[in-house]
Design a protein around this ligand. Structure first.
Ligand SMILES: [Fe+2]
Ligand SMILES: [Fe+2]
Length: 380
């Protein structure tokens, strides 16, 4: 592809004015050694590497099959108790040195699968990292966020904004529950801004009626006669699957959607229309029957969880087949396109991302694929 120059072409591009192409000599080598002795270096030795012509992600597209990950989660349930583990989470590590080093699913994002048995709790704590969760299976799961109790159902999306006390559990008469956690732990660590605290008691005492926040802020109407919501994140706190699915069905009735994403909607803060959290965003998208989207790429990293249906995505020229609750990621500036293999019904993809950070920093950049049409060639 013309937009992916071979290494040789990159070298040629680096031999022009404005790029570093110094020929080292014994005198220069001696100078570099002297600089090292002063905690210094020659910028021209590193400039081309640390300022590439375009982003070169250290992460790689990775797929986690739910059938396999689910078995491992159920094994973890038998092997360790949440009281000991703090959080009994099977971490999703990007298939790269950067993923293992940074405990990252992709980019500066963390993700893991949390499994809980009926009657179990995850002890109350809080952290600077923001968290959100996508519920994959179970019954009777709940979370308490800053004293607000929230019940959780399949395909619900729930927030744990940064700094909020939270504990989770599954009711004694519930079912084994598994959800995907997404956090910005690697980002907070890279910013060296990560704090963690444990609550005085294992569980918070609910200070509000069950589901008071989604019942107050989860529809078109805004509550009057209550204290104004002044926090920098969504007051809805949980987004119910049925509402999200209906919103997409309705949107699809009146819009052709995006060539790159089918019909896609963000989980928004209803008071602002912006992202629900400050550092991470999330979407649900509907791929119509048989849809094959156009390829594009952009800055920002995305982690997908298949909410419903089956198909495949081509990411960086590789095909990844997926079905319900498989998880896969698209690293920054990597070409990607999605295919719904069911010609009779739609597929739904949940995803979360670091777009709010990219937007806040003014570096959200997108490009359409236009080599040989709108689809990538799959690498053999
Ligand atoms: Fe947490
Ligand atoms: Fe995309």
């Amino acid at each position: 592809m013309s937009s992916h120059p071979a290494a040789q072409e990159l070298d040629l591009r680096d031999r022009q004015r404005g790029r570093s192409h110094v020929t080292d000599t014994p005198v220069l080598e001696a100078f570099y050694n002297r600089l090292e002795g002063h905690n210094a270096g020659a910028f021209w030795k590193r400039a081309n590497a640390i300022e590439p012509w375009e982003p070169a992600s250290r992460y790689t597209a990775t797929l986690w099959k739910y059938a396999e990950m689910r078995r491992l989660c159920l094994e973890a349930i038998e092997l360790v108790r949440p009281e000991e583990a703090g959080r009994r989470v099977v971490t999703l590590l990007n298939d790269s040195a950067a993923g293992r080093e940074n405990t990252a699913v992709v980019g500066w994002l963390f993700s893991g699968l949390q499994a809980m048995k009926p009657g179990e709790i995850t002890p109350a704590h809080r952290h600077t990292a923001s968290a959100h969760r996508f519920i994959m299976e179970g019954g009777g799961a709940y979370t308490v966020v800053d004293g607000h109790p929230i019940t959780l159902g399949k395909n619900d999306y729930v927030l744990t904004p940064n700094g909020c006390w939270h504990d989770h559990g599954v009711a004694a008469d519930g079912q084994v529950s598994i959800w995907q956690d997404g956090l910005d732990i690697p980002l907070m660590n890279s910013l060296e801004a990560n704090f963690y605290a444990v609550h005085d008691a294992p569980m918070q005492t609910p200070a509000f009626p069950p589901n008071d926040l989604p019942l107050s802020y989860g529809g078109l109407m805004r509550p009057a006669g209550v204290a104004a919501w002044s926090k920098p994140y969504s007051p809805t706190m949980v987004y119910r699957w049925e509402q999200v699915r209906d919103a997409l069905w309705n949107f699809a009735k009146v819009s052709p959607g995006s060539p790159y994403d089918g019909h896609i909607m963000r989980y928004s803060n209803p008071l602002t229309g912006g992202w629900a959290l400050q550092t991470m965003g999330a979407h649900m998208q509907l791929l119509g029957p048989g849809l094959h989207t156009h390829a594009h790429r952009h800055t920002g990293n995305v982690v997908y969880n298949v909410a419903q249906g089956h198909g495949y995505s081509i990411i960086g020229g590789r095909r990844f087949d997926w079905q319900e609750h498989d998880i896969f990621c698209v690293p920054a500036w990597t070409w990607h396109e999605h295919v719904n293999l069911d010609s009779g019904s739609e597929a739904f993809l949940f995803s979360f991302n670091d777009f709010p950070v990219m937007e806040a920093l003014g570096v959200m950049i997108e490009e359409a694929y236009d080599d040989n049409g709108v689809h990538q060639t799959i690498a053999v």
